[in-house]
Every structure is written in C-alpha cells, then in structure tokens.
Design a protein around this ligand. Structure first.
Ligand SMILES: Cc1cc2nc3c(=O)[nH]c(=O)nc-3n(C[C@H](O)[C@H](O)[C@H](O)COP(=O)(O)OP(=O)(O)OC[C@H]3O[C@@H](n4cnc5c(N)ncnc54)[C@H](O)[C@@H]3O)c2cc1C
Length: 505
C-alpha cells in the first residue's frame, strides 16, 4: 500500500503520480514498495516504516525537475531531494516527512566542464566522487579533488550538507561556486555572478553583486540544485601522507594545540583527522579497537619536494617535542596513482575508495548500522579534551561502544564519534538513537551542537539554536513560507517546517 504523506490526500497523491509519469515516463517513476526499499535509511531499524517514501522520481534534466516541482505544487505533494542519497548516518536517501516523493538525481550525472587552468569542474548532482576523479584523470590528471572517506556519495549532496574532505580543499561547502537551483515555484535561479546572463566569472568568483544566495540552499529545503561549479586543487609536485601516534588525553591536548599552530601558520594546509578506536595494522589494513587508548592523527603535506621536506622537518620537530608522540610520513611523486596503497594515503590524495565499509572490519558485517554524533567546538587542546572525555563518559553511561573521529580545521574541531549497532535488532537500535538525544542535550549545556544530524534528531538539534527566541528558526520559516507557500520541498529538513505542518505531523 502506498504511504500517503501527512497533509496530502490519497487522491491528490494518485493524481500527482499520474502527472509525474506523464511528464517523465513510467520508467522514471518508482512506486513499487519493494523497489523503494533501496532508498530506506539503512541505519534505522530494518522493519521500521517511519521514514518510508511513497515514490521515487528519476528526472534527467533541469527542465524535468522544474516540471516535477510544478506538479508537486499543483497537488500539494511533498518532495524530498537527494543527489546520490548516500548520506548514511545522517538519513541516507530517506525523507524527513514520511510519504514524501523522492527526487532522485542519480541520472543527472554529467561532469559538464573541467577547467584545468582555473582548477574547477562543473558537475550535475548525480556525479559521484568516483566520477569526478575519473573525469579529472581523463582531463590530464593535473587536478585533484578533495574527497570524503567514502567514494560513492555525490559532490553536490555532500557539499550541500557541509561535508568534509582531507586536502586543503576539505571544507566542501566552500568549494561550491555558482549554483543552478530550481526554486519551490519551479523557476530557475543562478547564484553568484551566474545571476547575470553570460557572466564569465560564474564559477571562479564566489560572491555576487548584492547579497549572495548560495548559502540559502545548504542543509535547507528552499531549492533543488541542478548543477554547480566546484573548486579543486592543482596537482602538487610531491605529496607526503603523514601520521602522528600517541596515547592518552594529555598527549591529545598537546597534539591538538601543536596542530592548530601548524595550521594557522600554514605549515599544514590539509585538514587533519584524529582517531581513537580505528587502528591500522602493519599491512595497512584498518581494524576497529573501540576500547583502545591509542590515537592516530593523519594529515598531509603538498608542494615542491624541497618545500615538503622543509615543512615536514618543522612538523616533526614540533610534534616530537611532545612526550610519547611518534611521527612518520610516506612521500609520493604526485603522478604515482598506485603508490598510495592504504586508505589514508589515498583519501588525502583524492583517490576515492570504499574501505571504511569493508564488512570484514565492522561488528555486524555488511548490515552494521552507524550513528555519528558530530558536535563542533573550538580547536584548542583544553576544549577538545574536555568534550571528548564528556562524550566518551556518556557513551559508557549508555553502554554503547564508540570510535572517536576528531576533524580539525584551523579554528574549529568537529568531534565525530561513531557507535555501531545491529539494525535488525529493534531494541538495540532504539537505545542508540535514544542515547543520541541525551548526547545532544548534555553537550548543549556546555555550548556545543552538531553541525549535521540524522532525520530522527533534526527537530531536537534545531531546538538548541534558541538565541533571540529562536530568531534563526523564525527567519528560516519566514523565508520558507515566502518561497514555498505550499510547503512542498523537504518539509522538516533541518527542523524547518512549512506553515501547514508546523502544528505537528
Ligand atoms: C563510514 C562513513 C564514512 C563517512 N565519511 C564521511 C566523510 O569523510 N565526510 C563527509 O562529509 N561525510 C562522510 N560520511 C557521511 C556521508 O556518507 C557522506 O557525506 C555522503 O557523501 C553523503 O551522501 P551524498 O553525497 O550521496 O549526499 P545526498 O544523500 O545525495 O544528499 C545529502 C542531503 O543533501 C540535500 N541534497 C542533496 N542533493 C541536493 C540537491 N541537488 N538539491 C538540494 N538539496 C540536495 C538533501 O537534503 C540530502 O538529504 C560518512 C559516512 C559513513 C557511513
């Protein structure tokens, strides 16, 4: 039976599905519940229907996306967009509002341009990290993408979610330059300099004349992005993949302070990732050891060989001055694609892989559920140690094991802890999600909030942003109501509900 969204009648949904089919063709409309299972959030309880979609549409052009939005308005049917829909641990492809129709952009997957001189690409939403990497290689290999740890996601979806990678271009939202967006009324907007027909700076200058609207479409429900410029890095002469290893919170605080100094003076321009609980054996294979006390920091250096040697000498001297810290590197010629053999070496070189989903490494094999808790705070040793210890103590209180990932930007630290569970086990899954709510409240008490969250907790996280009697939420709702008066785009995304659903769903 079709899942009808709250606020929509079954008859209106049927009419909308018929109109979508007339517009896109029957092959591009998936309504069969068994076929829709592919788009579930894989990390919710296996039998749950809480975030089921009613259908999925596969448009192939901007014009088709515009037609879909107009039909949705006509019948009052909510849409939920994804690009690749691999947003696993933050909801996968599933809609926040049960019964929404998914707009699946996987078939809009062309790399529209690679500009080697100016180091950018223009991509459609379905372009995966694997596809971007291949396109840059085909264009001569002089450009490297920053990539997240898994290669199957999309450049646009990940960047709109403020996703992260590990090169100097690792803050992916900042690489977006010039979006093309279908607005909730079906009209088309180009952001930045692209707002002028034929403007030649569309993908190279990030601002506009007057206000810049690109940020309105990040983690929001105000438009559907149909292509975007995306900045990439120029291939350096040499690349060094580096690690520091140490044990205990005392060393952690000192290493964080040292890395911040090295980032602020631009000795290290990559974005370091520190881990506890994820180890690498002598063959480069990863394994989980959630009870372990060992930390590893990975980071990278890029540039001319002499520069990389000089930077490494400074890094080594600074980090080795901290008792118990071991530092090592492996250096590669930048044209060497096979030398970077393990995941850390590849990901910091922009070579995508899927190693982190290796079922052999995960406690419940292929079905293993992950829940990431991702608060952000300042990048100082004292602050980092305090919140890492608090988070760990909360997991212990709940009886959940976790691995810590600590992602450093020059001024901020993203504390991304992951707990693993078996989504076939309802009680265990519920306990992990309930525990997360507790984590949100406990860290809010000391001024921390997640930068990104899962479907279950969007309202709770939005609730923490209460300054000025929820001034931010009220502004978001005002914009939502003005742009999307029928409330059809992703109701509830990031805790932003359209007027018609604000009394609860
Ligand atoms: C083991 C593991 C490792 C991970 N490592 C990382 C990591 O290193 N870095 C990282 O950032 N994440 C990481 N993630 C989280 C997640 O898997 C990735 O961010 C992934 O790239 C997101 O999926 P996607 O790119 O397919 O985005 P999508 O699922 O396509 O999109 C994400 C969201 O963005 C919005 N959206 C998408 N496309 C559009 C559009 N065209 N218009 C308007 N809105 C849109 C929607 O709200 C959608 O739900 C990891 C997850 C796991 C399980």
């Amino acid at each position: 039976m079709t899942t009808v969204p709250h606020g929509t009648t079954p008859a209106a949904l049927d009419k909308a599905l018929a109109a979508f089919t007339a517009e896109l063709g029957s092959d591009a409309v998936i309504g069969e519940p068994s076929a829709l299972r592919e788009f579930r959030d894989p990390y919710t309880y296996l039998e749950s229907d809480e975030f089921d979609a009613s259908a999925a549409l596969l448009p192939t052009s901007t014009e088709q996306v515009q037609a879909v939005v107009r039909i949705a308005n006509e019948y009052g049917v909510p849409l939920s967009t994804f690009s690749q829909g691999r947003n696993n641990t933050y909801g996968g492809s599933a809609p926040r509002l049960r019964g929404s129709v998914l707009v699946n952009l996987r078939n809009m997957n062309k790399v529209l341009e690679v500009n080697t001189d100016l180091a950018y690409a223009v991509v459609e939403p379905g372009v995966r990290w694997f596809d971007l990497f291949d396109a840059l290689q085909a264009a001569g290999g002089d450009l490297w993408p920053s990539i997240p740890d898994l290669g199957w996601g999309s450049v646009i979806g990940n960047s709109l979610e403020y996703g992260i990678g590990y090169t100097p271009y690792g803050d992916h939202a900042r690489n977006l330059c010039g979006l093309e967006v279908v607005l909730p009324d079906g009209s088309l907007l180009r952001t930045g300099m692209g707002a002028m027909d034929g403007n030649v700076a569309r993908h190279v200058y990030p601002h506009s004349f007057g206000p810049s609207f690109g940020g309105l479409f990040q983690q929001s429900n105000l438009g559907i992005v149909t292509n975007a410029g995306w900045w990439v890095m120029r291939r350096p002469e040499t690349y060094a993949s580096c690690w520091a290893r140490f044990r205990g919170y005392d060393a952690l605080g000192k290493v964080v302070d040292a890395l911040r100094g090295l980032m602020l003076d631009r000795t290290i321009e990559s974005l370091p990732l520190l881990n506890r609980g994820l180890e690498i054996d002598e063959n480069g294979a990863m394994f989980l050891d959630p009870e372990g006390e060992g930390w590893s920091a990975r980071f990278a250096l890029y540039g001319r060989a002499a520069m990389v040697d000089a930077q490494y000498a400074v890094v080594e001297e600074t980090l080795r001055a901290i008792p118990g810290v071991e530092v090592l590197r492996r250096t590669f010629d930048s044209t060497d694609l096979t030398g970077p053999a393990n995941h850390d070496e590849r990901v910091q070189r922009g070579i995508p892989d899927m190693d982190l989903l290796d079922p052999g490494m995960l406690p419940y094999g292929e079905v293993t559920g992950h829940l990431d808790f991702s608060p952000v705070g300042p990048n100082t040793g004292d602050a980092v140690v305090r919140v890492e210890q608090l988070i760990r103590s909360l997991y212990v209180r709940h009886g959940h094991v976790q691995v810590n990932g600590l992602y450093l930007m020059p001024r901020s630290a993203l504390h991304i802890s992951t707990t693993f569970f078996d989504p076939r086990d309802e009680e265990q899954t519920r306990s992990v999600y309930d525990g997360y709510a507790d984590l949100v409240r406990e860290v809010a008490a000391i001024g921390y909030a997640p930068y990104r969250t899962n479907l279950q907790h969007m309202d709770l996280v939005a609730e923490q942003f209460g300054f000025g009697d929820h001034a931010q939420r009220r502004l978001a709702e005002t914009i939502k109501d003005a742009l999307d008066p029928n409330g059809i785009l992703a109701p509830g995304k990031s805790g932003i509900w359209p007027r018609r659903l604000r009394d609860g769903v």
